[in-house]
Ligand binder design. Structure first.
Ligand SMILES: NC(=O)c1ccc[n+]([C@@H]2O[C@H](COP(=O)([O-])OP(=O)(O)OC[C@H]3O[C@@H](n4cnc5c(N)ncnc54)[C@H](OP(=O)(O)O)[C@@H]3O)[C@@H](O)[C@H]2O)c1
Length: 429
C-alpha cells in the first residue's frame, strides 16, 4: 500500500459526524478500496466538549477551522456550512496551500463554485462535492463523468426532503402548510428557520450545481426563477389528486433553443410515475440524456448515512488519484449560462381562481385567457353555499408561460376575482 491519505475534517455535525464514524468503523474495507489508508489527522468544530459520534480525543483538534489549511493533511473536508464565512475562508486557504477539498456545501458552491474550481485546477487539485446535491444519490458523478456522450437535455428533480415531507404530509392529512410545518419542526424534520428549505433556496443551490454539470455552464443563481411551497393550499393538493397529479417542489433545468431554463417551483407531477411516487423525505433526479435515454435516480438526499457515503466516495477517488475538473469541463471552458428566451418556455398550467359566485365570471376569465391565446383543456367548478366564493380550476393546453402570466395579471384586477390566481405548471415529460 502507498502512504495514507491524510484527511482534515472541519465540521462534525450531521455530515461530519457521519464521515468520522464511517472512516473509523470501515477503516479496513476503505483502505482496500483506496489501496491506502484514509487517516484522520485533524478535526475542527465549534465546541470541543460536545459528545461526538466517535471518540476524537486522539485526533489533533483545532479550535480555528482555518488552521486546517496549514496542517499536514492532503485533503480538507469542509462540512461547516454557510455560503461564505469560515467555510469559504477555509476552502480558499486549503486550495491555496495545495490541499484537495471535499465539501457538501451547495450554498457556497452555487455562489463561488466556478472560481473555486478554477483555483483547484490551477494547482492540479480536486474540488469534489458529491454530497452537495441530492445527498447520497450519486448524481454529481453521473452527470460529471457518465452521461456525457450525447449531452443532457434536461435535469429535474425533487431536491429538498423537507419540502417533500411537508407536501406528502399535507396530502395524507389534508392539513394546511402552516400546520404541517409546525409539526415537522417539532419532529426535527424542518429547521427552526425553514426559509431556505420551504422558500426554494436550498433546491435552487442544488439545481445550480446540477445544471452546471449537465450543461457545462458556471453555476448561476441569477437567472433562476425560484418559488417555494408556502402558498400551496390543501385545495390545490385536492384538485391535483382529482386530475391524477401530485404537487412536488421541483428544480428543473432544461436546454431550450440556445438557452437554458432554470426554475424551482411547485409543479403538478403525474401520480403513479417514478417522480410522482417519491414520498416523504426522499430525493429524486430525472435526467434526459438524449440518445442515452431517460434516467431516474431516487434515494436519501440528507442525513448522516447518505451524506457520509457521498463524501467518502469523493475521498476514495482522491486517494486513488482519480479526479476530474470539479464541474466536468476544465474551469476556463465553463461558459456563462444563457437563459432561455421567456417566450420559449412553455407548459400546460393548472390555474385556480377564487371568485364571487355571480353570473358572467367564468365568461370574463375565459375571455381574458382567450385574448392572451391561452386555451383551456379542462375546467372544474365547485358549487358552494349561495353567496360564498367558489373556486374555478382550469387546466390549459401547452402555453408560453408569459402568455398565461399576462392573462392572470389582467384577471387579478377583476372585482369578481378574490386574491391572486394560483398558477402551477404541469410536468408532463
Ligand atoms: N445535514 C444533511 O443531511 C446535509 C445534506 C447535504 C449537504 N449538507 C451540507 O453539509 C454541510 C454541513 O451540514 P450539517 O447538517 O452537517 O451541519 P451541522 O449538523 O449544523 O454541523 C455543522 C458543524 O460545523 C461546526 N461548525 C460551525 N461553525 C464552525 C466554525 N466556525 N468552525 C469550525 N466548525 C464549525 C459545528 O460545530 P459544533 O458541532 O461544535 O457545533 C458542527 O460540528 C452544510 O453545508 C450542509 O448544507 C448537509
Amino acid at each position: 500500500m502507498t502512504s495514507p491519505l491524510r484527511i482534515a475534517i472541519a465540521g462534525l455535525g450531521t455530515v461530519g459526524g457521519g464521515v468520522l464514524k464511517a472512516l473509523c468503523e470501515r477503516r479496513e474495507q476503505l483502505a482496500e478500496r483506496a489501496d491506502r489508508r484514509l487517516e484522520i489527522v485533524a478535526v475542527s468544530a465549534r465546541d470541543r466538549s460536545k459528545r461526538r459520534t466517535v471518540d476524537i480525543s486522539g485526533i489533533p483538534w483545532h479550535g480555528d477551522a482555518g488552521a486546517l489549511a496549514s496542517c499536514d493533511a492532503d485533503v480538507v473536508v469542509e462540512l461547516i456550512g454557510g455560503e461564505g464565512g469560515p467555510a469559504l475562508a477555509l476552502i480558499e486557504a486549503a486550495l491555496a496551500s495545495g490541499k484537495h477539498v471535499v465539501t457538501a456545501n451547495k450554498a457556497l458552491l452555487a455562489h463561488h463554485g466556478a472560481r473555486l474550481a478554477a483555483m483547484a485546477e490551477a494547482k492540479g487539485l480536486a474540488l469534489k462535492f458529491e454530497a452537495a446535491a441530492a445527498g447520497g444519490i450519486p448524481i454529481v458523478k453521473a452527470l460529471r463523468e457518465s452521461l456525457i456522450a450525447h449531452g443532457v437535455r434536461s435535469v429535474s428533480g425533487i431536491l429538498n426532503g423537507t419540502c417533500n415531507f411537508i407536501l406528502t404530509d399535507m396530502e395524507k392529512t389534508e392539513r394546511s402548510f402552516a400546520q404541517v410545518l409546525k409539526e415537522a419542526q417539532a419532529l426535527g424534520y424542518a429547521e427552526a428557520d425553514p426559509t431556505l428549505d420551504v422558500g426554494g433556496g436550498d433546491t435552487a443551490h442544488k439545481l445550480a450545481l446540477l445544471a452546471s454539470l449537465a450543461f457545462g455552464t458556471a453555476p448561476d443563481l441569477a437567472h433562476m426563477h425560484v418559488e417555494g411551497i408556502e402558498n400551496i393550499a390543501p385545495e390545490d393538493i385536492a384538485y391535483a389528486r382529482e386530475f391524477g397529479y401530485r404537487i412536488k417542489l421541483l428544480g428543473v433545468a432544461r436546454r431550450i433553443g440556445d438557452g437554458i431554463e432554470q426554475r424551482v417551483q411547485p409543479a403538478m407531477v403525474r401520480a403513479n410515475t417514478p417522480l410522482g411516487d417519491v414520498d416523504g423525505a426522499f430525493n429524486a433526479v430525472a435526467v434526459d440524456a438524449g440518445e442515452a435515454g431517460p434516467f431516474f435516480f431516487e434515494g436519501r438526499g440528507a442525513g448522516e448515512g447518505p451524506t457520509a457515503s457521498a463524501v467518502i466516495a469523493d475521498l476514495v477517488d482522491i486517494a486513488l488519484g482519480s479526479f476530474e475538473p470539479a464541474f466536468g469541463k476544465p474551469a476556463h471552458r465553463l461558459v456563462p449560462l444563457a437563459p432561455a428566451a421567456p417566450a420559449l418556455t412553455s407548459s400546460a398550467y393548472y390555474l385556480r381562481f377564487d371568485v364571487l359566485d355571480i353570473p358572467g365570471v367564468v365568461a370574463e376569465i375565459a375571455g381574458h385567457l382567450a385574448e392572451a391565446h391561452v386555451s383551456i383543456e379542462s375546467m372544474l367548478q365547485r358549487g358552494r353555499n349561495p353567496g360564498e366564493p367558489v373556486s374555478i380550476v382550469m387546466i390549459t393546453h401547452d402555453t408560453p408561460q408569459i402568455a398565461v402570466a399576462r392573462a392572470l395579471k389582467v384577471i387579478a384586477t377583476s372585482d369578481k376575482v378574490l386574491g391572486a390566481p394560483r398558477m402551477i405548471p404541469m410536468e408532463t415529460g
